[in-house]
Design a protein around this ligand. Structure first.
Ligand SMILES: Nc1ncnc2c1ncn2[C@@H]1O[C@H](COP(=O)(O)OP(=O)(O)OP(=O)(O)O)[C@@H](O)[C@H]1O
Ligand SMILES: [Mg+2]
Length: 294
């Protein structure tokens, strides 16, 4: 059963007491918000994620960096239970992605690399669909939507069709959609790609506010070294499906030399030039999405 079907069935609210007990037990069992255990995903002969092990502490803003094709989106798709691992597993919010995917889904939000809002609907209508999908009770929906619109500064455009939004407004709407059910962990796959510097700053501020106000753990990918440097406390560099280096931006730079930048660290540990954008598959999909959005 898909996430949408499950949440639409209203199962999210059925066992709230037992969820709380399980949650406490789970948090005691694992101090990390995310912990992967030899997580692996193959696509035929290609090993996209290769026996990967890392952990992300609760309440962190954690950056996943690496060249095109390193396996970042594949890793996120497994952690959000959208793609089954070929081998290994991970604990997300204390629950096993393979054995307890429904428990995981109740506690996470996800903004995909591709634009996902519906251009033919208004911002408010997109949020209403998400509220229904996440099983937010009818009596609470209007207040949660108003809160999310307010939080992301989208109140004045809530009644406009999304195809009239700028890229930055669409990204902010997608983050608003992903936070409606107050997830404890939010996965953001390239949340600011294609945004101008001001729109980027706005999204960064919202990410910081989410963590401060709701103690949300944020795991994000980016190709923007300045973004990673300013926003993330911990960075994991991925290369060919494995985590090759982890640390705070300051630690990673200092280990390379007094004048090193995060871009230097990127090149040092992946041997790759910093990417300009997605691969052909991503670009093609982005074009289809923007065409759909009008
Ligand atoms: N559904 C799929 N079928 C076959 N191969 C796939 C599939 N999805 C991803 N891959 C391959 O797995 C590898 C990792 O892809 P992934 O999208 O995870 O990389 P990424 O690190 O997110 O890259 P980018 O920075 O370009 O977004 C790539 O070689 C990609 O072509
Ligand atoms: Mg990707």
């Amino acid at each position: 059963m898909g996430v949408a079907q499950e949440v639409a069935n209203g199962k999210m609210d059925q066992h709230s007491n037992s969820i709380r007990v399980q949650e406490t037990e789970a948090l005691q069992a694992t101090p990390a918000a995310i912990e992967t255990r030899s997580l692996t995903r193959r696509f035929e002969s290609l090993v996209a994620v290769n026996h990967l092990s890392f952990s992300c502490p609760h309440g962190a803003i954690f950056g996943l960096l690496g060249p095109n094709g390193a396996g970042k989106s594949t890793l996120i798709k497994m952690l959000t239970t959208l793609l089954p691992p070929s081998e290994g597993t991970a604990l997300v919010a204390g629950f096993d992605i393979v054995r307890q995917p429904r428990e995981v889904r109740r506690r996470i939000g996800y903004v995909s690399q591709m634009l996902s809002a519906d251009g033919d609907l208004t911002g408010r209508e997109n949020l209403l669909i998400s509220a229904k999908l996440y099983g937010i009770p009818r009596s609470e929906r209007a207040a949660r939507i108003a809160e999310a619109l307010d939080f992301m500064n989208l109140g004045s455009v809530a009644g406009k069709l999304v195809k009239q939004y700028s890229g930055g407004m669409i990204r902010k709407l997608e983050i608003a959609q992903s936070m409606l059910h107050r997830p404890s962990i939010l996965f953001l796959d390239e949340p600011t790609v294609g945004l101008d510097p001001f729109a980027k700053q706005a999204v960064w501020q919202h990410i910081r506010d989410l963590r401060r106000e709701f103690q949300t753990t944020l795991l994000m990918t980016t190709h923007d070294m300045q973004e990673a440097d300013e926003l993330c406390e911990t960075i994991a560099f991925m290369h060919q499906g494995a985590v090759v280096r982890t640390g705070s931006p300051a630690e990673l730079k200092a280990a390379l030399g007094p004048a090193a930048t995060l871009g230097d660290v990127f090149i040092d540990c992946t041997g790759a030039a910093i990417a300009e954008g997605g691969d052909l598959r991503d670009v093609a999909r982005a074009r289809v999405t923007s065409k759909r959005l009008g």
